[in-house]
Design a protein around this ligand. Structure first.
Ligand SMILES: [Zn+2]
Length: 165
């Protein structure tokens, strides 16, 4: 249980992955495709048409026996987050009835945050095999395995991992 090891590369850089399955580090015989939108930021919210552009596709090497667990973890976590929030709100819904509209909004916000906190802790301390986060100019490639992250950094022309990793 450790935070993920991140390798940050410029957004236009075409990432090269080591020839290893991202989950078991065995020989990969397939790919898992991840798609992220890189047009995050205020402009993306005001100009929704941008959402049709600026998608970045990343093909991650995965072997066929790990493919399912890779996708299951990815989607499972997202579903879990929404489910936790719904359960929390449903659980206390009746208690909220006596409150005014404004108070209810505040309480819902609090409940949402209280339930997101453990989820964020899970994401940080029990990282996904692989995760991507796009910022304005860069993409962070987040690996659960420091060894894989290090091989990835070398494959992309970096000397190795940054010192803080
Ligand atoms: Zn595998």
């Amino acid at each position: 249980m450790a935070p993920s090891t991140d390798v940050t590369l410029p957004q236009h850089h075409k990432a090269v992955f080591p020839d290893l399955c991202i989950v078991c580090h065995g020989e990969p015989n397939g790919h898992a495709r991840l798609v992220i939108n890189t047009s995050r930021g205020w402009l993306g919210y005001f100009v929704p048409i941008l959402w049709f552009f600026q998608w970045k596709r990343v093909d991650v090497p995965v072997c066929s026996s790990c493919k399912f667990s890779f996708y299951a973890q990815r989607w499972g976590r997202n579903v879990l987050m929404v489910a936790l929030a719904c359960i929390a709100i449903g659980f206390w819904w009746n208690d909220f009835r006596g409150l005014s509209r404004g108070e209810r909004k505040l309480v819902l916000l609090g409940v949402g945050l209280a339930f997101l906190a453990p989820w964020i802790a899970i994401e940080v301390f029990w990282p996904r095999h692989f995760h991507l986060t796009a910022s304005k100019h860069e993409v962070a490639y987040e690996f659960a395995s420091p060894a894989y992250a290090s091989a990835f950094a070398v494959a992309n022309g970096l000397r190795g991992l940054p010192d803080h990793a």
